[in-house]
Design a protein around this ligand. Structure first.
Ligand code: ZN
Length: 432
């Protein structure tokens, strides 16, 4: 069933709202596990009835296991003169993600071994994690590190790694059928706006909007820590994955770069074809083929699952200079980009909702259109006869409306409207 666009906020309005929400969520200390993720989900839950799902430490998930939960309470470095050189309070990026605790006095030389800097830009603080190897560490700008004088440094990271759980947010929006549309984003990055929060808030906006629609598909929305979150979801839903008819990973949708869609591993899934159709109408946007590097699509599209899940983004991971650094901040993402990303993502979803399949109920010869008032004797350039004929010709159950639109060269909307007319005249039957 189509999205009722009258109920959908304008891109300018929603873009500003999403930008404000990014600003609110920015300071939380998100990581692979821990309270930063829970705080973020709690804010999203103010308007979207998501369910918080906890998967305990040690739970096996395919070739992985849920790690211990990381809690970071405070961190700082004090210089030889007792001055604070670095503080967690200034930015969550200042501590290596999953850093083990430390409370020590070390030489500058030793400190340097535990400080990460940005490889290219001396003024940026990098985002670094060490999930699977235990070490302690800080992140700071190269310029700040180079300015440190010889002497003893007091280093303090008040953190713990304990049995706990990995936290995800899930929401199911029931539709008329059990065919599912999966929408997924990651929620594990601290203080990064485009690479993470833009996807978090876009999915939230889609949840709120889709919750007000009458939908054909059942929508399953997932906010979860990267890689492990989708693996936990796949493990929990393993017996019912054949219901997933379409899916999108949403990632990096707030920067001013062009819109981009990355095809699923299948390459020709309905969502892949619809993304091509929708993005062709947005000048400058790109559709690229599947590749096994990237984000959570690596799990959904792994060969054992091979789900029809593509990636909706703007400039993807690693391809913008602000990536994984303090420059990926609230000012890097714009209300305009967020608003348009929302609008186009919803157009794509709406297209898939309307991409029905029909069967011609009068396939022996051409049905007499004139008798039904469907034939205009004087073509004026606006008559839909060509769309009728294409629909009657190709509606043998194997082609969906988008396939008919692409083969005929007639826009999808016109084909969709013509199909509704033929259905009303008893010439087409909608297939499940
Ligand atoms: Zn990232």
């Amino acid at each position: 069933m189509p999205v009722d666009w009258k109920t959908v906020p304008r891109p300018e309005t929603i873009g500003q709202e999403l930008h404000d929400l990014i600003r609110e969520l920015f300071p939380f200390r998100r990581s692979l596990t821990g309270d930063g993720v829970r705080q973020t989900l709690a804010v999203l839950a103010r308007e979207v009835r998501l369910e918080v799902v906890e998967t305990p430490t040690g739970t096996p998930v395919f070739d992985w296991a849920v790690p211990r939960e990381w809690t970071l309470r405070d961190a700082w470095i004090e210089g030889p003169g007792g001055e604070r050189v670095l503080e967690l309070a200034d930015s969550p990026l200042h501590v290596l993600g999953y850093s083990t605790p430390v409370d020590d006095v070390v030489s500058l030389e030793t400190l340097r071994e535990h400080v990460f800097t940005h490889p290219d830009d001396p003024d940026l603080v990098p985002y670094r994690t060490s999930y699977w190897q235990e070490e302690w560490g800080f992140c700071m700008s190269r310029r700040r590190l180079d300015a440190l004088v010889e002497g003893d440094y007091r280093v303090r990271i008040d953190s713990s790694l304990e049995d706990g759980s990995l936290t995800s947010g899930e929401l199911t929006i029931p539709g008329a059928t059990e065919d599912e549309f999966l929408l997924s984003t990651y929620i594990c990055h601290p203080a990064l706006a485009n690479d993470n929060l833009s996807g978090v808030v876009l999915l939230w906006a889609l949840a709120r909007t889709l919750g007000r629609q009458r939908l054909r598909h059942t929508f399953r929305l997932l906010w979860s820590p990267g890689t492990l979150g989708p693996l936990c979801w796949l493990a929990r839903n393993r017996e019912r994955l054949d219901r997933v008819a379409h899916g999108l990973v949403i990632s990096c949708v707030g920067d001013p770069g062009p819109l981009r869609y990355k095809r699923s591993r299948r390459g020709d899934a309905a969502v892949d074809r619809m993304a091509t159709d929708v993005l062709e109408r947005r000048p400058g946007s790109k559709v690229v083929d599947w590749q096994p590097t990237g984000g959570d699509e690596r799990q959904y599209c792994s060969p054992g699952f091979d789900l029809p899940v593509g990636v909706f983004s703007r400039t993807p991971h690693g391809l913008f200079p602000q990536y994984h650094s303090s420059a990926d901040d609230v000012d890097f993402v714009t209300p305009e980009a967020l608003g348009t990303s929302f609008e186009v993502a919803l157009e794509l979803i709406d297209g898939v909702e309307r991409n029905l399949r029909y069967r011609n109920l009068s396939p022996y010869g051409e049905p007499q259109l004139g008798r039904r008032g469907l034939y205009q004797s004087i073509p004026d350039g606006t008559n839909p006869e060509a769309a009728y004929l294409w629909l009657l010709s190709l509606s043998d159950g194997s082609s969906d409306l988008l396939a008919i639109a692409r083969r005929s060269g007639i826009p999808f909307d016109a084909i969709s409207e013509a199909a509704a007319v033929l259905e009303a005249h008893g010439l087409l039957e909608r297939l499940p």
